[in-house]
Design a protein around this ligand. Sequence first.
Ligand code: ATP
Length: 241
Amino acid sequence: MLEVENIQVVYDNAIEALRNTSFQVEPGSITALLGSNGAGKSTVLKSISGTLYPENGRVRSGIIRFDGQELAQLMPDVIVRLGIAQVPEGRRLFIELTVEENLLIGGYTRSRGECTETLEEIYELFPRLREKRGAVAGYLSGGEQQMVAIGRALMARPKLLMLDEPSLGIAPVIVRDIYKAIVELNRSRGMTILLVEQDAALAIKTAGYAYVMENGRVVLDGSGEDLSKNEDIREFYLGLG
Ligand code: ATP
């Protein structure tokens, strides 16, 4: 479904954040990207969604292909229309708008009727958001805000949903609810998921396949099960020695 081949990304025409990064996302999978801070995981997601530009970053070489179509030169809204939505790190909500207003912003590529239907599906997935639909987003807990950010991405009805650190800074009970929803989207609604996660144990448990990044490169990949047995992974990422 998604093929990333040998991409090189630079910021400010100088800082090489990705070098020869390659990986694939199979349709219907949950695929994870792991790696420590600064390894290049967020840059990978931004390269795919076309959102590097505001940060003065650009894909200098390599190919990103989604369902056979090359993405590298496309604008973010075109990429959303092709079926890719991203939940950015740090959520980036409009904190003065209500939950429902934030969700509706995610449906900007679709008709009002389609949005109403999808809104209902999001409230089924996250009942807390239905209760708080009229609340101002800035007053929600971090976990609830993450649900809004995921819901906003779902409003575009993506085939591929990309999530950047959905567990970051969120209470463990809510992380569990969020991961339950991610698995439900994948299993019951057939959505393909690309997950960036610092919590390697959680990512490996959730994903069918994972890639490990270091210094802008993929250094290791395997099924969740294989990686959980790998000694380096156990020592450096799972702290199991
Ligand atoms: P984190 O979990 O901290 O977000 P990451 O694996 O997602 O880490 P990236 O954010 O993709 O890593 O960063 C990869 C490299 O690119 C780092 O060296 C980082 O300092 C650099 N970088 C990221 N964004 C920018 C930017 N806007 N301008 C310049 N350099 C950047």
